[in-house]
Design a protein around this ligand. Structure first.
Ligand code: ADE
Length: 419
């Protein structure tokens, strides 16, 4: 009997087909899996992963298992689980999985604790909930842990603040900070999947609409680019001067959320911070405004404030709650303010998760191999790993590139030659 908590065993066949479908577009991870099968670099270790339970994550789990790891998976968000995938992981692949789409907070933490009852020596997080639970409530397990990896910007922010306060008790590899992760996953992945989530939830016409993007990091840039590509007028709200300037020069209108609230048809928060859209903003929004979040946690939209000023609320479509304000104006909140790309759509496509999860697999191997050297710090993914993933991705895409001549190498390494 495999330990698990999944929605429905009967969903497994559909999940298996979809896991195989994603695998077709994960060639870099496939190469790593083939090497892992031969070399078994993770033999004998226990690894608990707290990730979005998707077809792409399933392929990462199969890679880690091929490497010899004993693994367990739980959800990193209550609304991102693909129930068919969770069922297939358990019943087709024998991987203990704890995740049910729509689980409440108690169940979410019950699942996190099931992942820790497994007594991992390596943690793999997306949002740092495993690491934070160990440091807050299961300190006795710290000594069992060699290290961990972290997938997302929000998790890295939490972990870096732990490191700064001296609270972090084992090394973490910041997968998010690899160039082959954030320059692709956060930009092309979030850009496409966020718009995909909004469209699946609402079926709105983007052309001619006003999209307000809060945050102009890689995720915000991706969303702005794709909304513009579909014909929206895009307004960017940003607190960082450099990023705001970039948005302006990329051709977007840049203004405050207070101003943008009056004109936006659709809002996306991707800042990583809390209460970005608040009471005073809801109060001036147009009738029918659509509000969504694609940041990691459901804190970017002040939902309690919206609940407070609303006269009534009803669900009008899957992942769409209609709030009617006392004035009679309606505001539509998507996916309960949780990551809309994973709540209403399927998250980033496999083609881009291929690189993110190649980084995860190689970072798990790295943390294990280098455990004696690593301190209680957040480390970036070594450049050699990052470059190798880019090289393999290009090979898999059939793209050839030039190499430097000896003369060019010498020129770049010298300082004597000038005009
Ligand atoms: N984060 C964003 N998209 C994802 C996906 N498809 N699988 C796992 N994590 C994700």
């Amino acid at each position: 009997m495999i330990k698990c908590d999944v929605k429905d065993k009967n969903l497994a066949p559909k999940g298996k087909l979809r896991i195989e479908w994603a695998e077709r577009n994960m060639p870099v991870l496939r190469l790593i899996k083939e090497r892992f099968e031969r070399e078994k670099p993770l033999a004998g270790i226990k690894l608990s992963a707290c990730l979005h339970v998707t077809t792409e994550t399933a392929n990462l789990m199969l890679t880690l298992k091929a490497g010899g790891a004993d693994i367990l998976l739980c959800a990193s968000n209550p609304l991102s689980t693909q129930d068919d995938v969770a069922a297939s992981l358990v019943y087709d692949y024998g991987i203990p999985t704890f995740s049910i789409k729509g689980e409440d907070n108690d169940t979410y933490y019950k699942h996190i604790n099931a992942a820790l009852d497994f007594h991992p020596s390596i943690t793999m997080d997306d949002g740092a909930d495993l690491v934070s639970e160990i440091h807050k409530n299961r300190k006795d397990q710290i000594k069992e842990i060699t290290g961990g990896t972290e997938e997302t910007t929000t998790g890295i922010i939490r972990l870096r603040s732990m490191e700064k306060e001296g609270a972090l008790k084992f090394p973490i590899i910041a997968v998010n900070d690899a160039e082959t992760k954030h320059l692709f996953d956060n930009y092309y992945g979030t850009g496409q999947s966020t718009i995909d989530g909004i469209l699946r939830a609402t079926n709105m016409l983007v052309a001619g609409s006003v999209f307000v993007i809060c945050g102009y990091g890689m995720c915000g840039r991706g969303c702005a680019m794709r909304a513009k590509g579909l014909g929206a007028h895009v307004i960017v709200c940003e607190v960082d001067h450099l990023r705001a300037l970039q948005a302006k020069m990329d051709g977007f209108e840049v203004t405050t959320i207070a101003n943008a609230s009056k004109t936006g048809d659709a809002f996306i928060t991707v800042t990583g911070d809390k209460n970005v859209i608040r009471k005073e903003h809801f109060e001036v929004m147009k009738n029918g405004a659509i509000v969504s979040n694609s940041g990691h946690f459901n804190v970017e939209i002040d939902i309690p404030a919206l609940e407070k000023i609303a006269a009534s609320k009803r669900q009008v479509r899957d992942f769409v709650d209609e709030y009617t304000l006392k004035s009679g104006r309606k505001i539509y909140l998507l996916g309960e303010g949780r990551l809309i790309n994973l709540a209403a759509a399927e998250g980033h496509p496999a083609m881009v998760m291929d690189m993110s999860f190649a980084n995860q697999a190689l970072s798990a191997e790295y943390v294990l191999k280098n455990s004696s050297k690593l301190e209680k710090k957040v480390y970036v993914v070594p450049t050699e790993i990052d470059r190798e993933i880019a090289r393999l991705k290009l090979v898999s895409l059939g793209v050839e590139i030039d190499t430097l001549t000896e003369e060019q190498k010498k020129y770049l390494a010298s300082w004597q030659e000038g005009t």
